[in-house]
Design a protein around this ligand. Sequence first.
Ligand code: ADP
Length: 733
Amino acid sequence: MLALVTAACFFLQIGLAATAFCYLVVILLFALLDSFLASGLLTLLAVAALDFFAAPPLFDFRISDPRDHLVIVPFLLACLIGSGLIQQARSERRVGPIKPSLKSNDADLREAVKQWQQVFEHNPVMYFMVDPAGTVVNVNTFGAAQLGYAPAELIGQSVLGVFFEEDRDFVRQCVALCLGTVGEAHTWEIRKVRKDGSVLWVRENAKAMLRADGKPIVLVACENITERKETENALRQSEAYLAQAQELSHTGSFGWKAATGEITWSKETYRIFQCDESEKPTIPFMLERIHPDDRLPVRRATGYAMREGRDYDHEYRLLMPDGAVKYVRAVARATRDAGGSVEFVGSVSDVTPAKEAERRLRESEQRFRDYAETASDWFWETGPDHRVTRVSEHPETAGMAPSWAVGLTRWDIAPDAALQPEKWQQHRAALDAHVPFRDLVYRSKDRNGHPTYVRTSGKPFFDANGNFLGYRGVCSDVTADIRADQAEEALRKAQTELAHVTRVTTLGELTASIAHEINQPLAAVMANADACIGWLQRSPPDLKGARRSVEWIIEDGNRASEVIRHVRALAKRTDIEMVPLDVNRVVREAVTLVQREMATHAVSVRMELKSVLPNIFGDRIQLQQVLINLIMNGIEAMEGVTDRPRELVIRSDPDTNGSVLVSVTDRGIGISADTIDRMFTPFFTTKSSGLGMGLSICRSIVEAHGGRLSASPNEGRGATFQITLPLHQEEAS
Ligand code: ADP
C-alpha cells in the first residue's frame, strides 16, 4: 500500500508536503486496523521513503534544503501521536462490555437475574407491564408502593383500576396506540388514583414489545410529576386570580422591551385597548388607538422615559373604533436587562368612570356656584370658635355680604345682641350643642354702616372622625320684609285706634238709645219698688207680693247693669280678643243697643236667625261694631222713605263652604253701581255730617277675621250688606 502511494506520488510529482499527507492518511488507516508497533514500523519506513523519493536530492538520503525537515519531523510526530491515540481508543473499547462467559454456570446466571431483579424492583421509576387486555402482568415494588399497593394487589388486575373513571378511555387509546406501533415509544401525562384516593400525576413512557412467544406486551415507565403539576396548577390559579383582579379593577399589565420594541399585554390590557388577543401589540397600533390630540404628548413622555431609563406615569385618552373615548392611566417602572437595555413593566388602568365622576362633580359644583352667584343670598362659614371664616361675595350681594365680618362672631356683629339677651343665649346654646338652626333674624349693618335685618340658617359640619369644624349656612337680607311687617303692625294699631274712636263716636250718637235702654229697667225698678212698699204697708203685710216685686227689681237691675257693661265694653280701648263666638248672640246684643234708634226712626227689625249655627272665631266687640254700623247705615238709608214700610231684615245662615253668612237688608235709597266701588274707601260719604270711615273700618275688621264684606243692591228697593265669616277651626274640622 505504502509502495503504491510512493509510486503514485513520485510520478505525479506532487511535492514533499502532499506526499507526506498521503502517507499520514495511509498510516492512520493502518493504525485503525492493526497494533501500534506495526504502524510505528510503517511510519519509519514512510520517513525513509519520503527522504529518498520526495526530498531533494532525490534517490539520496541526504537532505539539501533544511526547510524539508519542517515537513518530515512534524510528519513523523503526527504519525506516532495519531497511531498512539487510535491504539488507546481501541484498547478501551475492548475492555468495555463484559461478555457473558460461555463458560458461566447456572449459579452465575441466577445471580445476574437476581441483581437485575433488584434494579427493577427498587429503581425509583414505576414500571408496569400490561398485556393487550389491559391486565397488569408485572409491576415493580416501587411503582406499586407509589400507588399505595403491594405488587401482588395489582398483578392480574386491570390497569384501569388506578385511573380516574373519566380518564380510562384515554388510557385505552394510549394502550391501543402502543400495540399498533410495536417498538415505538410514546409519552403522555395523566393522573392516577392512589389506594387512599389521593391523586398522583405521572408522565408515562410506553412501548409495546413482542415477547419470545410472539405476543405483544406494553412496557410502561412512569415518572412522578405531581409536584410539577401542583406548581403548574398553583401558577395557573394565581394567573387566573390576577386576571380576575385585573378585570375587576379595570387594570391591565404590560411589559415593553425598548430595544426590540417587543410588547406583552395581559388579557385586561387587550380588553382596555379593545384589541384581539391573537394580535401582537405594536407601537404603531397603540399610537393609532390613542386619541390624536394625545399622541404627541404620549410619544414625548415615553420617548424621554426610554432614553433616560426613567419610570413614567401619565394619563391619556383612547379613541375606540366606535368613536367612544376612554381615559387610561399608564404607570411603568423602568429596569435594565442583562445587556443594559431598558425594559418597562407597568400597569394600564381604565379610569373613564373616575374621570366621568370627576366631570359630573365639576359640573355640579359649577351649577351650584352659578346658583350661588346669582342668588341674592350669601353663604358663610364659621370655625369651631363660631367666628366667621369665609363669606361668599359676588356682585348681586355686594354691599350686603359682610366680608368685613370675617374673624367676628355673629353676636359681635349684631347691635341687638344686648337688647335681646334671651334670643342670643338660646342661639349660642344651639351652636355649642352643634345642632342646626333655622331662620334666626337679627339686626346687622351693611358695609356702609346702614342698619339691615338678616335671616340666617346654618348646620354644623364635621371631619371624617366626627370632630366639629364649624357651621356653614346661608344669609338673606330681610330688611324689606321686616320694614313691611313693622308698617303693617303700625297700620293695624292705627286701625284699632280708629275703630275705637268711631265706636265711641257711634256710642255718642246712640246716647238717646242707650239712655232709653237704661231708663226702661230703671223705671220698672221704681214702679216695682213702689209696689213693694204697697205690699209691705198692708196689714198684715203681703210678703209674698213684696217678694215678687223685689225679684222683678233684681231682674230689671241686672238688665240695666248688662246694658251699662255692654256700653262700657264698646267704649273701652281693648286689645283684640279672638274667641269662639255664637254669631246669633253677637247679632242680638248689637240689636239691643240700636233698638231705640230704630223705634225713633220708625224702623222695624226682623231677625231670621238660623237656630243652630256653628261657632265662628272672632272678637265680640269688633263684630258688634260692624253690625251696629251696618244697622245704623240701613236706618239712615230709609230716613226719607214714606211709601213703604221701613224694615230691616237681619239673617244668619251657614254657608256651604265652611263659613257663616250674616246679612243686613234695608228698604232704603239703595246703592248705585258707581257708589258700590267707592263706598268702602275711607272718607267716602254722601251724608252732610258723615265721616265716610264706617264701611272702610267694617271691611278691615271683617278681613282681619279672615272673612269678606260685600254690598249689593236689592232686586226691589234698598241694599243688602253681607258678611262672610270663617268657622272656628274646631267647628270646621
Ligand atoms: P258714613 O256713614 O259716615 O257716610 P260709611 O262708610 O258708613 O260712612 O258709608 C259710606 C257711604 O256709603 C255712605 O255715605 C252712603 O253713601 C253709602 N251707604 C252706606 N250704607 C248704605 C246703605 N245701607 N244704603 C245706601 N247707601 C249706603
